[in-house]
Design a protein around this ligand. Structure first.
Ligand code: TA6
Length: 296
């Protein structure tokens, strides 16, 4: 069910959950909790916006469209059932296939716990050519004093399967040159800008050029600090963290950032199971990954 009147009749919750047609070409759910708001597109179960007391915390390309069939640049793309390029077939889409496909609303909630929506993506014959497994991904987005995302994968098949995954969050920052990311000191990473070589993080992650690192064994709290605020990232069910800023050359090559200097106002800090951190899910079993964001 994805038409507006039915969604509203079935899932709207007074003062907490509403649905609207977004001018970028798709239906979105607006979550409200006190002075806070979040916007989630049904396309890709994609969080487009998270505002804390009116201050936007995410970065979203000003040229993002929900109806282009292409991945939305910014917000929180859901990378599933693989992260990055397909492990063996470069013709398959990067970061899996669910961020460019419609998800179905299955539940909403309001109240003191916060405003929440749960969306579902079930594999089907159309996706079997991309990934020959029967599985369902469910994403719950809960807006409270912070923002929580829970991505729950169920293996619906009789054979074990493996996935990699990421909540690929683009955080808005004042200026990438001022950003410092704490919580990864002493954690090993694969440097995607140096042929994936294994390296060790020393001190905070700072930015003077493109950074693209998959940290493995990153299970602690991460703090994203810029001149305006500190944002805390707590994860569960995740063995990896990805930190990425494209800097200017890649930003121009991407072509959808909405401006040559757009890279200065974003940083990706991703709660993931990526690189060597492959998740195996037995027949009819489940795996859950969670990210919890809070402005300190
Ligand atoms: O998470 C970092 C990364 O894997 C980068 O290597 C870069 O490719 C980024 O994701 C964006 O990927 P996309 O497919 O959305 O352009």
């Amino acid at each position: 069910m994805s038409d507006l009147p039915n969604l509203t009749a079935t899932y709207a919750r007074t003062d907490a959950v509403s649905f609207e047609a977004d001018p970028r070409g798709g239906i979105v759910c607006r979550l409200r909790h006190g002075p806070h708001e979040a916007v989630v597109a049904l396309q890709g179960a994609h969080v487009l916006s998270w505002a804390v007391a009116g201050r936007e915390q995410l970065w979203l390309s000003p040229v993002a469209r929900l109806d282009s069939g292409k991945a939305v640049r910014g917000g929180i793309p859901i990378c599933w059932p693989w992260f990055g390029p397909h492990p063996s077939d470069a013709s398959k889409p990067a970061h899996g296939f669910v961020r460019t496909r419609p998800w179905v609303v299955v539940a909403t909630a309001g109240g003191i716990e916060g405003a929440a929506i749960t969306l579902s993506f079930a594999t089907c014959t159309e996706t079997a050519a991309l990934w020959p497994h029967e599985a369902e991904a469910r994403l719950t987005v809960r807006l409270h004093e912070g923002l929580s995302l829970v991505l729950d994968t169920t293996n619906r098949g009789a054979q074990a399967l493996t996935i990699t995954e990421a909540l690929h969050t683009y955080f808005g920052v004042t200026d990438i040159a001022d950003v410092r990311i704490d919580g990864l000191d002493g954690v090993g990473y694969l440097d995607k800008l140096d042929e994936g070589r294994a390296k060790m993080q020393r001190g905070p992650v700072t930015f003077t050029g493109e950074v693209d690192r998959i940290f493995s064994g990153a299970t602690g709290r991460i703090a994203i600090r810029d001149s305006a605020r500190t944002l805390m990232v707590d994860s569960r069910g995740s063995a990896s963290a990805v930190v990425w800023n494209p800097w200017i050359d890649k930003s121009i090559r991407l072509g959808d950032m909405g401006g040559d200097d757009a890279y200065r106002r974003m940083v990706c800090v991703e709660t993931a199971n990526a690189g060597p951190d492959v998740v195996r899910i037995g027949p009819h079993d489940r795996h859950v990954i969670e990210a919890h964001y809070r402005v300190a």
